[in-house]
Design a protein around this ligand. Sequence first.
Ligand SMILES: [Zn+2]
Length: 310
Amino acid sequence: MNNSCHNCKSKNIRFIYKTTDYISNEEFRIQRCANCDLIFPLEYPEDINKYYPKKYRSYIPIVKKIITIKSQLYVRSIIKRYSKNSNTIKNKVIEIGCGNGDMLKIFKNLGWDVYGSERSGVVDKNNELNISNKDVDEYPNEYFDLALLYNSFEHLYDPREILKKITTKVKKNGLIIISVPSHESFQCKFGKQDWVHLDAPRHLNIFSIKAFKHMMQSIVNTAVLEIVSHKSISFDLEFYGWFQTILNKFYKENNLFLKYLQDMSGNKIKFYTSLLQLVILSVPCAILSGLSMISNKGAITEIILKKKSD
Ligand SMILES: [Zn+2]
């Protein structure tokens, strides 16, 4: 139980709504810290692994294909931005929460030295991508040119500790790129307990920029690390988020469409019904997605941090 905020330790926390996990069907109470603005579940499961079934983030082939294309574009866009910050030839990247290493593979193919960190049980057997569950502390200081946390920071029990450690492991002028769901998004404000990216209890921390800055400033000196930019990214997740969140408002069961995408539901009739709904809602969802992203109030925010030189 979290009777105080684990970001700022304030006791000034308020219950906002209850939400039901689409995997376990358990209910979680969501609260907001009035001091630092973090949103988090009141209950932290002792064994979080049981909320991550094998099919979580294991998608049907067409979705896998889309994710691969999207990852390639994303990694290339990062490298393009990064090249402005570095003159070194062989760059090193670490991805915290790298899954099976889809993005690392792309970095490696583009000539980077890659390292991945993932929870126990998911490790790279041939070790080609250097994926392990070892503590970030075990790497030398100022070792990486880039640290990437793509939709993983919100899953961490102790994001403060990870950010602190990773800051020491990144070289001066190196970047830390963190992508997280944002509760400032229009989608969250509309969806509330039905918002697909709330995803309790797997998402243990839902940030706003205020909450993120509060955390960052309490653990690292702003003379060392600065926020270069924060902006809404991932039109695909934005679009899908609107579609699934709108459906959640109408159905008792949460994340029905996501269950099909993750191959967790075999009901073909319901699946075709969802596809029809997708066609009907595609235009409004596209408009809502465009408006959200233009206003920088999208569901996923990318925060780019730079380690300053002396
Ligand atoms: Zn707080």
